[in-house]
Design a protein around this ligand. Structure first.
Ligand SMILES: Nc1ncnc2c1ncn2[C@@H]1O[C@H](COP(=O)(O)OP(=O)(O)OP(=O)(O)O)[C@@H](O)[C@H]1O
Ligand SMILES: [Mg+2]
Length: 465
């Protein structure tokens, strides 16, 4: 920040003696002072120098000082002006202030008056600078984030494009709660960030809470805050997540891990948009949007009475499902290129060439850890790569040969065998339902119906027998 005693002052007044005396005073106080005795001189200096403060006599010969003030303010909006007026000319003073003058001095004046006016100006300019810096910092932060978001969601498959499309759509409905589901590493947090930063809540907080990382006993006070002294350890009043996120977004990651007792309280907070701090009676209004995420089957948890159905309904006003990477193999190639470039840049090494075989094999791989696994794999490959080429040996994937292992007719049971054939077809098509349906010679809908009927889920490490 610019030190205040470096302020550059221009004194524009036709009385030579007055300007000299005043300049002298400013210099003695540690300012840099310049003098102009005519309007032309003044404007020439303003053009040349970065002036912070202008002391302007509004009674210059041949020109209306208020016109100068107007011109100065429109050409140099950041320049502060203190006007000098004759005693008793309150009318001019008022008009000058309306035109944006910061303060006024009456002639003849005492040194005290100038000192006070300058102190006021200094304070004002300091605040102004601070505000400007904060604004710059903020726009820098959001610009950084926006850049990050743009660069970080990579994908070419129709499925991921659909997810993105939905994300941008719901961003425009800033009060709608959203549930994001998908296996671990599919990019749920990425999508949550995209929604927040594309919504009109973006200038407020996106706060991520992972229920599984908070001890149960602290849960309530973390979410709702507490009043000082409400329990041992509550040394001060504290805001909880709901209050911190006022006008922002609360991202509840791994929502399935939220204990039942808390679920009831969270439900009430969502319904009333009001919370009460632990140990307090007063209700506090707060305005938040909840985006929650899970890689669990919430329906199953509801059946098992581990998750409240009413809360589920509140959370998934809109549901976004991110399919596993193996079901959107079109994304593998662009992701691989992106991560390869990104890590090469990070490690300061040349971007390697990628052998075609790598992509061919990766497309066959199951990716139980989804995009996260591909990312880690790529990092490792970039480090290990020999020469300047990534080959399949740099990736820990082994393609499994698929054999059509049909059952022996002696043990034929239609239902059992159908289940098995469907599983095999899914496996051989890298769990792509469309391909599997094609292999089986049935429609995708029929396949999905059969999968439901036989309770076949596409899951990693599932024993296909
Ligand atoms: N489409 C994508 N483009 C670029 N990077 C991605 C994409 N999807 C995921 N990633 C990256 O993969 C990693 C895992 O993503 P993220 O943390 O969002 O997954 P998640 O679904 O929240 O997983 P978990 O359920 O384990 O929390 C992150 O580093 C993320 O940046
Ligand atoms: Mg996550």
């Amino acid at each position: 920040m610019k030190a205040m005693n470096n302020l550059k002052v221009l004194i524009l007044d036709d009385e030579k003696q007055f300007t000299e005396e005043l300049a002298e005073f400013f210099r003695n106080t540690g300012f840099e002072a310049l003098i102009a005795n005519t309007g032309e001189e003044g404007f020439a200096i303003l053009k040349r120098e970065a002036i912070d403060l202008l002391i302007l006599d509004v009674r210059l010969p041949g020109i209306n000082g208020l016109d100068i003030l107007k011109m100065v303010k429109s050409t140099y909006p950041g320049l502060e002006v203190i006007i000098v007026s004759a005693h008793g000319d309150m009318d001019t003073v008022i008009r000058a202030m309306r035109l944006g003058a910061l303060d006024y001095l009456r002639k003849p004046f005492r040194i005290m008056d100038i000192q006070i006016a300058i102190e006021r100006t200094e304070k004002f300019l300091l605040l102004h600078q601070q505000i400007k810096q904060m604004e710059e910092k903020n726009s820098l932060i959001s610009k950084n984030l926006e850049e990050k978001i743009d660069r970080h969601l990579i994908g070419a498959s129709p499925q991921i494009l659909e997810v993105l499309d939905l994300a941008f759509k719901v961003a425009n409905f800033p009060d709608t709660n959203i549930l994001i589901t998908g296996e671990s590493g599919t990019g749920k947090e990425n999508i949550a960030r995209i929604i927040h930063f594309s919504s009109n809540r973006k200038d407020n907080l996106l706060y991520t809470v992972n229920s599984s990382s908070i001890t149960d006993s602290l849960m309530e006070s973390e979410f709702f805050g507490h009043k000082k002294g409400s329990f041992t350890g509550a040394a001060t009043d504290k805001k909880g997540f709901f209050e911190i996120c006022d006008h922002g977004t609360l991202f509840l990651d791994e929502i399935a891990d939220m204990p039942l007792t808390l679920q009831a309280k969270v439900l009430r907070a969502i319904e009333e948009k009001k919370i009460t701090r632990v140990g307090d009676t007063q209700q506090i209004s707060t305005d938040f949007r909840i985006i929650s995420a899970t890689n669990h089957e919430l329906d199953t948890l509801v059946d098992e009475k581990k998750f409240r159905l009413d809360l589920l309904h509140r959370l998934n006003t809109l549901h976004i499902h991110i399919p596993p990477l193996r079901e959107r193999t079109d994304d593998i190639e662009p992701l691989l290129y992106y991560f390869t470039e990104d890590f090469s840049r990070k490690f300061n090494q040349q971007i390697p060439r990628i052998e075609k075989e790598v992509i061919r094999q990766l497309k066959k791989y199951e990716f139980p850890g989804n995009v996260r696994e591909l990312k880690n794999m790529t990092e490792r490959a970039v480090i290990l790569a020999k020469g300047n080429t990534l080959s399949i040996d740099d990736f820990p994937v082994k393609s499994k040969p698929v054999t059509a292992n049909l059952p022996n007719p002696a043990s034929m049971n239609l239902e059992k065998n159908e289940t098995e054939i469907i599983r095999k077809a899914l496996q051989s098509s890298d769990f792509n339902q469309k391909t599997a349906a094609m292999v089986l010679g049935i429609s995708r809908d029929a396949l999905i119906r059969k999968m439901k009927k036989y309770n076949i889920r596409i899951k990693r490490n599932e024993d296909p027998s």
